[in-house]
Design a protein around this ligand. Structure first.
Ligand SMILES: Nc1nc2c(c(=O)[nH]1)N[C@H]1C(S)=C(S)[C@@H](COP(=O)(O)O)O[C@H]1N2
Ligand SMILES: [Mo]
Length: 330
């Protein structure tokens, strides 16, 4: 595959006619990166749920807080939540079903309120241990009370400067730092304080804790991609520790089955709650044949991914992501 793309543009001439023009948008030395932007546009953000998205009319929606609360409060309207003190934060979401891949991972800027500010209104009884979220599509999931009270746990109503799109949970969804998508419920209608709860995916055998594991994803090249012998090729991808290991310190790439490692450039990052994007310029050998590309991350706490995946408390790291590609004659 030749890494050169042409974009067809239309321009309106002075006479008002639409004239097609063809521009060479990306010469060979401009790499195609994947992911290509730190912030994933809303239209490109992965969408995942148990059934069709719930379509909610904000005027009729109310958020009810029930269970082991000290004071009952009236159901909350969206405008009341939006008038509370807000926070803006960048967060990467990743699906538990796609731990190494990047297809079900995206990063956005979100706006919302701290969940704990809602509990300030209701108070919490001593026997409450978990917070259960019930959603308009029938999904339900619980998180430990301590996580719910964390200052980074947000009830979000905006995504990249727009009201939360329907696909991503309008009017409100949870952003639960350090946890896979399963613990970031969308279309929330009820928040219940309880002693315990068995969530939708736990009933089906998935990890009830769902801490994100340290992972490095190779976006380019793709599987079985053909790379020209003797060319320069930019290997690129993302790495994410969800804050469990202090953030990503460096990413390295190997094209010799892990014998030697070359440090990649981290070209975009934010806090450890967002992915880092990396790239590495590879002087492709002249010799044609199959090639395996490995990528691994080292965290600020000193953990380096290995072939099998390291057991690190309280969460594990995943092993290297590897991609099989082919070096071919240009
Ligand atoms: N209400 C509801 N929330 C949900 C789900 C769901 O099925 N229903 N799926 C979860 C899963 S498994 C993931 S990975 C994320 C995906 O969020 P996104 O669609 O905004 O990317 O939503 C989570 N929240
Ligand atoms: Mo998921």
């Amino acid at each position: 595959m030749k890494r050169r793309t042409f974009i067809k543009l239309s321009v309106i001439s002075a006479a008002g006619m639409v004239l097609p023009i063809q521009l060479e948008a990306q010469p060979d030395d401009v790499p195609v990166l994947k992911p290509r932007t730190l912030i994933t546009p809303n239209e490109e953000f992965y969408v995942l749920q148990i059934r069709e998205p719930a379509v909610i009319d904000a005027a009729n929606w109310r958020l009810v807080i029930t269970g082991l609360v000290k004071n009952r409060i009236a159901p909350l309207q969206l405008k009341e939540i939006a008038s509370m003190e807000s926070v803006e934060t960048m967060r990467t979401l990743k699906c538990i079903g796609d731990p190494i891949g990047s297809e079900q991972m995206g990063n956005a800027k979100w706006k919302g309120v701290r969940l704990r500010d809602l509990f300030q209104k209701t108070g919490v009884k001593d026997d409450a241990k978990v917070v259960v979220f019930r959603c308009a599509d029938g999904y339900h999931t619980a998180i430990p009370l301590a996580d719910a009270m964390h200052e980074d746990t947000i009830l979000a109503y905006e995504m990249n400067g727009e009201p939360l799109p329907t696909d991503h949970g309008f009017p409100v969804r949870l952003l639960n730092p350090g946890h896979y998508g399963t613990k970031n419920p969308k279309w929330i209608v009820n928040i219940q304080l309880a002693e315990k709860h068995e969530s939708y995916w736990e009933k089906r055998g998935w990890d009830p804790v769902a801490n994100v594991k340290l992972a490095t994803v190779i976006g380019t090249p793709g599987a079985e991609e053909e790379i020209f012998a003797g060319s320069t090729f930019v290997v690129s991808g993302a790495a994410f520790d969800a804050g469990h290991h202090g953030g990503i310190k460096k990413v390295e790439v190997s094209v010799d089955y892990g014998e030697t490692w070359e440090e990649a450039e981290i070209w975009a990052k934010d806090t450890p709650l967002a992915w880092v994007l990396w790239k590495w310029k590879w002087q492709v050998p002249k010799k044609i044949g199959p090639v395996e590309i490995y990528a691994r991350a080292t965290t600020n706490s000193g953990v380096t991914q290995d072939e099998i995946g390291i057991k690190v408390k309280p969460v594990e790291a995943l092993g290297y992501h590897t991609v099989d590609a082919k070096i071919v004659d240009p």
